[in-house]
Design a protein around this ligand. Structure first.
Ligand SMILES: Cc1cc2nc3c(=O)[nH]c(=O)nc-3n(C[C@H](O)[C@H](O)[C@H](O)COP(=O)(O)OP(=O)(O)OC[C@H]3O[C@@H](n4cnc5c(N)ncnc54)[C@H](O)[C@@H]3O)c2cc1C
Length: 484
C-alpha cells in the first residue's frame, strides 16, 4: 500500500475518495479493473491504519470511541456506534448479512409507508451475489430474497431450539446469513463462536483489512491516514476540490475531477452540509432499527449448540405484508452465545434473541455540523416513530406466537437498546431532487462530480442489517460510473 505522510499529499488527483470502510472499498473494487492505467486516486482516511494484532493487544476495536465524534440533541438515551480508521466499522461489525427483501424497496407503493427506492430488488440482485461472493458469506438461500446462486459457504450449525423453530415455520425461520466463516476460507479460519465479534480474536469474519485490502495496494491508489476531509469545494455547480486537515496540523486542498464520500451516515452529511449544501433534505431522515434483546426460557430443551454467535433469523414479522400497512416489520435474530440460565440443571435451557424493528425516517431527525468551539457533529434525534412504536407495543404477543412451538417456560424482554449501530438516511437517494439529495447512483443532485455512498443513501431502511445492501449498491454505482 502506498501510504503518504501529510507533507506529500498531492494537490491534484483524478478521484479523491473519503473513508476506507465498506462503501469506499466496494466502490474502488468495482472501478479499478476497468479504469485506465494512469488514473490517480487519493484516499483520505481520518483514522489510522492499526493492524489487528495491535487492536488485540490494546483489547480495543478502535482507536477512538464513536461518542467523541458527535453530541446529541433530543432523546438522551439514544446512541450511535461506528469506528474509524482503515476498514471503518468492518473492524468491529458483527457480520450479519441478510439481504433486504423486495418489498423493502417499494414501501410507498406496497404499504403506503415511507419512500420507494429508485430501483428494485431485481436491479440490485446481481450485486448482492457479487458482494456475498467477495465477503464469502455463509448461509442458506431463502425464497423471500430470491437469488440465482447458492451462498459461497454453507450455513452455520443451528441450535436445537432453532431447528425446532425452522420446522414450525418452514421458509420463514432459518440460518442467519453471515460474514463469520462457517468453514475456513483462503483468508480466514472458521468462526470459533465465542461471540466477541467486535474484536474477533481469530479473524474469522470478513474485514476490509484482512480480506479486501488489495484495492489499496493498486499502484494507482495512494492512501493518507490520520487525515480528515473537512469540506467539498465547489465551482460553477460542480465539486472541484476537497479541503483536508491532518492530525499533525497540516492542512491543504486536493483538486479532483470526481469526489466520492464514503464516510458513513454522520460524516457524509456533515461534510456536504459544512460545504454549503442547504437543500431541504440534506442531513435529514436519520434513522436506524430499534433493537430489543430478550430470552426464551425453555422447559427441558438445551440450547447453545450453534457454531457461531447469531445463528438464526426469523421472518414471520418481516414477511407479513398485511401487518406492514400499519405496523413496522421486525426480524428476530436468535443466538448461540449469551447468558446461561442461573438455575442448577437448566443452565442451557434458554434461547437468547433480539427483536429488530424497522423505524421510518422522520425529517426532524438529522445530522448537522458542529461549530468551531465544538467540532463534533450534532445529532438531532427525537425518538422512534409511531409505526415502530406499534410493533414495540405488540412485541409480547407476537413473540409468544412465534416461539409457541418451543417448550416455553417464559419469555423475558429488555427495554429498547440505545443503538443497532446502523446509521441510515441523511443523504437519501431518489429520482426527484425535491425529495432526495442524490440520484440512484449516489450522485449529488445539486453538485456535479460529487458522489455519496453508504447507508446514508437509504430512503427507508428495513429490519435487515444494512451493510450487505450498501456494499452491493457501491458495486453497482461503481459499474455504472462510466469510463475512468
Ligand atoms: C459494533 C457494530 C456491529 C455492527 N454489526 C453489523 C452487522 O452485523 N451487520 C451489518 O449489516 N452492519 C453492522 N454494523 C454496521 C456496519 O458496520 C456499517 O453499516 C458499515 O460499516 C458502514 O460502512 P461505511 O463504509 O458506509 O462506513 P464506515 O464503516 O463507518 O466507514 C467510514 C470510514 O470513513 C472514515 N471517515 C469518516 N469521516 C471522514 C472524514 N471527514 N475524512 C476522512 N475519513 C473519514 C471513517 O474513519 C471510516 O473509516 C455494525 C456496526 C457496529 C459499530
Amino acid at each position: 500500500m502506498q501510504s503518504l505522510p501529510s507533507g506529500r499529499i498531492p494537490d491534484a488527483a483524478d478521484i479523491v475518495l473519503i473513508g476506507t470502510g465498506f462503501a469506499s472499498t466496494f466502490f474502488l473494487s468495482a472501478i479499478l479493473p476497468r479504469a485506465r492505467p494512469g488514473l490517480k486516486i487519493v484516499v483520505l482516511e481520518r483514522g489510522g491504519n492499526v493492524p489487528h494484532a495491535k487492536r488485540i493487544e490494546r483489547r480495543k476495536d478502535a482507536e477512538f470511541d464513536a461518542d467523541g465524534y458527535y453530541r446529541t440533541i433530543g432523546d438522551p438515551n439514544k446512541k450511535w456506534r461506528f469506528s474509524t480508521g482503515f476498514g471503518g466499522s468492518a473492524n468491529c461489525w458483527t457480520g450479519n448479512t441478510p439481504r433486504m427483501l423486495p418489498a423493502d424497496f417499494e414501501m410507498r407503493t406496497r404499504f403506503g409507508q415511507g419512500m420507494d427506492w429508485p430501483f428494485s430488488y431485481d436491479a440490485l440482485e446481481p450485486y448482492y451475489t457479487r458482494a456475498e461472493e467477495m465477503m464469502q458469506i455463509s448461509g442458506a438461500r431463502n425464497r423471500l430474497a430470491p437469488s440465482t446462486s447458492p451462498y459461497p459457504l454453507p450455513p452455520h450449525r443451528p441450535s436445537l431450539p432453532e431447528v425446532a423453530l425452522s420446522k414450525a415455520w418452514p421458509g420463514l425461520i432459518g440460518p442467519m446469513p453471515t460474514a463469520r466463516a462457517s468453514r475456513a476460507t483462503p483468508t480466514r479460519p472458521q468462526c470459533c463462536g465465542n461471540g466477541v465479534c467486535n474484536l474477533c480474536p481469530v479473524q474469522a469474519k470478513f474485514t476490509i483489512m484482512g480480506d479486501l485490502s488489495a484495492p489499496y495496494d493498486d499502484p494507482r491508489v495512494s492512501c493518507v491516514f490520520d487525515c480528515e476531509a473537512i469540506a467539498v469545494l465547489t465551482e460553477g455547480g460542480a465539486a472541484r476540490a476537497i479541503a483536508w486537515r491532518a492530525a499533525d496540523g497540516n492542512t491543504g486542498e486536493i483538486r479532483a475531477d470526481q469526489i466520492v464520500l464514503g464516510a458513513n451516515g454522520f460524516f457524509n452529511a456533515t461534510l456536504i452540509k459544512q460545504s454549503g449544501d442547504t437543500s431541504l433534505l440534506s442531513g435529514r431522515r436519520l434513522h436506524e432499527q430499534l433493537g430489543i434483546a430478550g430470552m426464551v426460557y425453555l422447559d427441558g430443551m438445551d440450547s447453545f449448540q450453534g457454531s457461531s454467535y447469531v445463528t438464526g433469523i426469523a421472518y414471520p414479522l418481516y414477511a407479513d405484508e398485511e401487518r406492514r400497512r400499519t405496523t413496522a416489520a421486525a426480524l428476530i435474530e436468535t443466538r448461540s452465545v449469551g447468558q446461561m440460565r442461573l438455575e442448577a440443571g437448566s443452565w442451557r435451557q434458554v434461547l437468547p434473541f433480539r427483536l429488530v424493528i424497522e423505524d421510518l425516517p422522520d425529517e426532524a431527525n438529522a445530522v448537522t455540523p458542529g461549530s468551531d468551539a465544538d467540532p463534533r457533529s450534532v445529532v438531532h434525534f427525537g425518538g422512534i416513530g409511531d409505526y415502530a412504536r406499534k410493533a414495540m407495543e405488540r412485541a409480547d404477543q407476537d413473540l409468544a406466537r412465534i416461539f409457541a412451538s418451543l417448550p416455553v417456560d417464559w419469555i423475558e424482554l429488555d427495554g429498547p437498546a440505545p443503538t443497532e449501530s446502523h446509521i441510515q438516511g441523511t443523504t437519501v437517494i431518489g429520482h426527484d431532487p425535491a425529495h432526495s439529495v442524490t440520484d440512484q447512483d449516489g450522485l449529488h443532485h445539486r453538485w456535479r462530480d460529487l458522489r455519496v455512498l453508504g447507508s446514508s443513501l437509504f430512503p427507508t431502511g428495513a429490519p435487515a442489517n444494512p451493510t450487505l445492501t450498501l456494499s452491493a449498491h457501491a458495486l453497482r454505482a461503481g459499474d455504472r460510473a462510466g469510463s475512468l
